[in-house]
Design a binder for this molecule. Structure first.
Ligand SMILES: *Cc1c(COP(=O)(O)O)cnc(C)c1O
Length: 390
């Protein structure tokens, strides 16, 4: 598509839209959030205070698991899950090449080796077929022990856990779900948090449920695993306070962040409903013009993202930006081609679906305070851009 003046002439109509509007959300929930924060300030129990336990009970109820462990970030959650599984040097951990950096980083900080796996072109999550291929390769080479797989629920759509868990069971792989982008969703009636034996999520401010800083959580049913995760969260402590019984980290969630999350949880279902309405409106306008998000039967998505696939993505993005429509590219570079991770991956061209997606994905604005007019503005600008360029 040419970067011509006619295209850039697709004029802005009104002030720029927000991509995710945290200010509008705060304005809507201010009395509750402020009261929750004030209660913590008044008590002063900033570390492992009352709200942390209250939040964990609320989260485990939502996820339908017996244990939720509130932690400092989604990245810590992933790392702690791998630590609890005893994963380290000599272990192969299979991760999608098309994901946020933290999935691969969590593997590397344990000393294990990430093995990058391609993704499904429509679902955009871990390809079960490629997982089988990569497992065979690792077995043939014989220098790494296949230890775990981390399916990622990219853009809110849970990975194909049924098929992945079947293959993982056969191969003796542990499964850790990276649900940083999917919390609040369900697949065939099973909540995100209960789809894998251990699930990690993030409360980064722009995630489906976000706090006002860094935060995350782990979910599991197994009591032994939960006890180990709670110990790792506090430097590997034992039953007695300053007994250190394993290697741990400082992985706690601040009480103030827990308090904010408790306030935001009261609006979470309504926000998911509002975002689902926006996704439906986008679908109605854009289906047939671009590749819209896959919606397998039985999916209830939390819609923290609405990601389309378009050719000439960078040119389209430039025109939209000019029209006051902010977009994001999650993610521009696959993990196997990251300068810091390259030595663990194969050359360019080895994971073609991930590489193509990095060139073509475009995430559109979606948040609970977006009006139908806002959605139409995005669609009008996008449709005109595509027509003008095609
Ligand atoms: C955000 C994210 C993480 C990391 O979460 P943080 O809370 O930012 O550490 C991990 N994986 C995926 C897929 C993410 O989107």
């Amino acid at each position: 598509m040419p970067h011509n003046r006619a295209l850039l002439g697709i004029a802005a109509k009104g002030p720029p839209l927000a991509f995710v509007d945290l200010k509008a959300q705060y304005a809507r929930l201010k009395p509750m959030i402020d009261a929750r924060i004030a209660a913590v300030l008044a008590r002063g129990d900033f570390i492992m205070g009352t709200e942390v336990g209250e939040l964990e009970r609320a989260l485990s109820g939502r996820a339908g698991v017996t244990n939720a462990i509130a932690v400092g970030s989604g990245t810590d959650a992933l790392r702690m899950a791998l630590m609890a599984l005893g994963i380290g040097a000599g272990d192969a951990v299979f991760v999608p090449a098309f994901t946020f950096t933290a999935t691969a980083e969590a593997v590397l900080v344990t000393g294990a080796s990430p093995v990058f796996v391609d993704v499904d072109p429509l679902r955009m999550t871990l390809s079960v077929d490629d997982l089988a291929i990569q497992l065979k390769r690792v077995a043939e080479r014989g220098h790494l022990r296949p230890a775990a797989v981390i399916p990622v629920d990219l853009f809110g759509l849970p990975a194909d856990y049924a098929a992945i868990r079947k293959l993982a069971d056969q191969a003796g792989l542990a499964v850790v779900g990276d649900a940083a982008q999917s919390f609040g969703g369900r697949l065939h009636g099973v909540a995100v948090g209960a789809l894998a034996p251990i699930t990690a999520t993030s409360f980064y401010p722009t995630k489906p449920l976000g706090c006002f800083g860094d935060g995350g959580a782990l979910f599991c049913d197994d009591e032994g695993t939960a006890a180990v995760l709670r110990s790792i969260r506090e430097h590997g402590r034992g039953e007695v306070r300053y007994d250190i019984v394993r290697l741990g980290i400082n992985g706690r969630l601040d009480t103030i962040q827990a308090a904010i999350l408790l306030a935001k949880l009261t609006a979470f279902d309504a926000e998911i409903e509002a975002r689902a309405g926006i996704a439906d409106r986008y679908d109605a306008r854009l289906t047939g013009l671009v590749q819209t998000p896959l919606r397998p039967p039985g999916l209830r998505c939390s819609w923290g993202y609405y990601t389309i696939r378009v050719a000439e993505r960078d040119a389209v993005r430039q025109v939209l930006d000019h029209a006051g429509v902010p977009t994001a590219v999650y993610y521009p570079r696959p993990m196997h081609l990251q300068p810091a991770y390259r030595m663990h991956g194969e050359r360019e061209g080895s994971l073609p679906v991930s590489e193509d997606l990095c060139a073509q994905v475009l995430s559109l604005p979606i948040h609970a305070d977006m009006t139908d007019d806002d959605v139409d503005r995005v669609c009008d600008a996008l449709v005109r851009t595509l027509r003008a360029g095609a």
